[in-house]
Design a protein around this ligand. Structure first.
Ligand SMILES: Cc1cc2nc3c(=O)[nH]c(=O)nc-3n(C[C@H](O)[C@H](O)[C@H](O)COP(=O)(O)OP(=O)(O)OC[C@H]3O[C@@H](n4cnc5c(N)ncnc54)[C@H](O)[C@@H]3O)c2cc1C
Length: 152
């Protein structure tokens, strides 16, 4: 649940369930209670949002943000990566070496690619998926370190 403005929140439901958004929202009665009855607007988008990108550089046209490649919203770091890449992109364009941005992108996103891909792979296996939240609870310091590593 993401605050968007004084009278607006974005609500995203993550998971593989194919039911309509309103039906899935009913699985969260505590959240429904806090939303006004008329609050649920039409869905603004639906995943999967993965963007596979083979190259982010074409001459002086460079890709940044989700357009440069995207795995999943799972780890909540799309903006941090986008801002770091935007800075690298501007630096490379200003120094007239745009081709070097591709490597910058790989360095900036390496940890995200590894951890998020591992989380997604685990989530695809029901036996592992069921263990993720209990394991995060039991190994709270390890989980906190992983989150902090992603946020750095
Ligand atoms: C459910 C969910 C939760 C997330 N949670 C987090 C989080 O907690 N923290 C975090 O950092 N990131 C999070 N992200 C990721 C983050 O939202 C994205 O990484 C970020 O918004 C990417 O910015 P962007 O500018 O590349 O793309 P976008 O924000 O998608 O912006 C692209 C813009 O281009 C516009 N557009 C598209 N096509 C056209 C067209 N043909 N002509 C003109 N305009 C067009 C779109 O309308 C949009 O406004 C989340 C994503 C999702 C889906």
């Amino acid at each position: 649940v993401t605050p968007v403005g004084p009278d607006c929140v974005g609500v995203a439901v993550l998971g593989g369930d194919q039911r309509p958004f309103a039906a899935r929202l009913r699985d969260f009665p505590a959240l429904m209670e806090r939303l006004p009855a008329t609050a649920v607007d039409r869905p603004r988008g639906a995943g999967p949002l993965r963007q596979r990108v083979t190259s982010r550089v074409h001459g002086r046209a460079l890709l940044v943000g989700d357009a440069a490649g995207y795995l999943d919203a799972l780890t909540g770091e799309g903006l941090a990566i986008s801002f770091r890449c935007a800075r690298a992109l501007v630096d490379r364009v200003c120094s007239d070496e745009p081709e070097r941005y591709e490597r910058d992108y790989r360095v900036i996103t390496r940890r995200y690619q590894l951890i998020t891909a591992a989380m997604l792979a685990a989530a695809r296996r029901p036996s592992l998926r069921r263990m993720i939240v209990p394991a995060a609870q039991r190994l709270a310091p390890v989980f906190t370190s992983a989150v902090n590593a992603l946020a750095r």
